[in-house]
Design a binder for this molecule. Structure first.
Ligand SMILES: *Cc1c(COP(=O)(O)O)cnc(C)c1O
Length: 379
């Protein structure tokens, strides 16, 4: 099955009792047994629910994995991955990553004795300097949020395999339409489904996808034991959203490219961060491991004036000023005060996240309207 067909059909069977083509919302906590232990595969909805099951199978197919697991948010999915570890274990993570990921690593898990190293992974070889006998996991986000850096997943996977360390990739920005890290050697894919997979800004959800039965069992044990599961209504909405993932992504990429090319020529714009530019430091890796370059773009203004970037954002009509990304509607965000405020200013500046940086999630509206909106807001 090719991607667009998987998006619509994988894991989804017409309802066996009625033939309903859409997966029913099994709004139930429990399931009646004929005799103790004699059930139809479901006992209690924390452990398993048919609507969630369909979504988990669909996600596994999209990422070329074997097992999918859904959680109440992207962060709950990250939480489950770190719970594979024990006190004393060490994690090597990208230094330019989602603010909430940085927060759960440093503010929650460091106090349980897990050590995190935040490093630049533009050169994958840099990782080896930080590997020791306690290293258990490498955490990669690519493209990174919000600096749009690209990390060579294959090169990192060679290192993780050599040292027998797990490699997890946060694939939220790329989605499986653009990149499938399990194919490049990753062990765990993490998604904030809230973003492109849900795609309509109406659900908070996360997921993990793996292709190893033992790892799937360990994560399913954590999912059930800790209980950060998602409800069947939300699973239904995401199943519906995913049916158009491929056409939405195609348009996000087209519009993203047009916006990036517009911004880079604008006299008031200083830097534009988008992996589709040949001048992007890791453009060739992006071109190799991604099928297109996506609709996420960050840019700074000449003079690096925070107030001026605020004024630009206040003037937007179609780019709504809001956290989050990946929905059909275009959004603008000021990372330094919004999504990345939990990263200390000193750390932000180290990675080039300046106070005038604006991050755009380019939606699937008409591109002429979007360019006109940028024109008047920057003007
Ligand atoms: C939003 C986001 C998360 C966190 O997901 P939630 O669903 O908000 O918990 C993690 N990683 C990235 C890249 C994100 O954009």
């Amino acid at each position: 099955m090719k991607f667009g067909t998987k998006a619509i059909h994988a894991g989804i069977e017409p309802d066996p009792s009625t033939g309903a083509i859409m997966t029913p919302i099994y709004q139930t906590s429990t399931y009646v047994q004929a005799s103790p232990g004699d059930h139809k595969g479901f006992e209690y909805s924390r452990s398993g629910n048919p609507t969630r099951d369909a979504l988990q199978k669909n996600l596994a197919a999209l990422e070329n994995g074997t097992h999918g697991l859904c959680f109440g948010s992207g962060l709950a999915a990250i939480d489950a991955v770190i719970k594979l570890l024990s006190p004393g274990d060490e994690v090597i993570s990208t230094n330019d990553l989602y603010g909430g990921t940085y927060r759960i690593f440093t503010k929650i898990f460091e106090k349980y004795g897990i050590k995190f190293h935040f490093i630049g992974m533009g050169e994958a070889a840099n990782i080896e300097k930080y590997i020791n006998s306690n290293t258990k996991l490498i955490w990669v986000e690519t493209p990174t949020n919000p600096m749009m850096n690209i990390i060579d997943i294959k090169a990192v996977a060679r290192i993780s395999k050599k040292h027998e360390v797990l490699l997890a990739v946060d694939n939220t920005f790329a989605t499986p339409y653009l990149q499938t890290p399990l194919d490049l050697g990753a062990d765990i894919i993490m998604h904030s489904i809230t973003k492109y997979l849900g795609g309509h800004s109406d659900v908070i959800m996360g997921a993990l996808i793996v292709k190893d039965k033992k790892l799937a069992d360990e994560l399913a044990f954590i999912q059930n034991s800790c209980g950060a599961v998602t409800g069947p209504q939300d699973c239904f909405l995401v199943l519906r959203g995913i049916k158009t993932l491929h056409i939405r992504m195609q348009r996000h990429c087209e519009n993203g490219k047009a916006v990036a090319q517009y911004l880079v020529k604008h006299p008031k714009v200083d830097k534009v961060y988008w992996p589709g530019f040949e001048s992007h430091p890791n453009h060739s890796i992006a071109a190799e491991q991604m099928r297109d370059f996506g609709g996420m773009i960050s840019f700074t203004l000449k003079g690096n004036d925070r107030q001026e970037s605020f004024r630009v954002m206040e003037r937007f009509h179609f780019f709504s000023l809001a956290e989050s990304l990946g929905g059909v509607e275009s959004l603008a965000n000021h990372p330094a005060t919004m999504t990345h405020a939990s990263i200390p200013k000193k750390e932000r500046e180290k990675i080039g996240l300046s106070d005038s940086l604006i991050r755009l999630s380019v939606g699937i509206e008409n591109i002429e309207d979007l360019i006109e909106d940028l024109e008047q807001a920057l003007g």
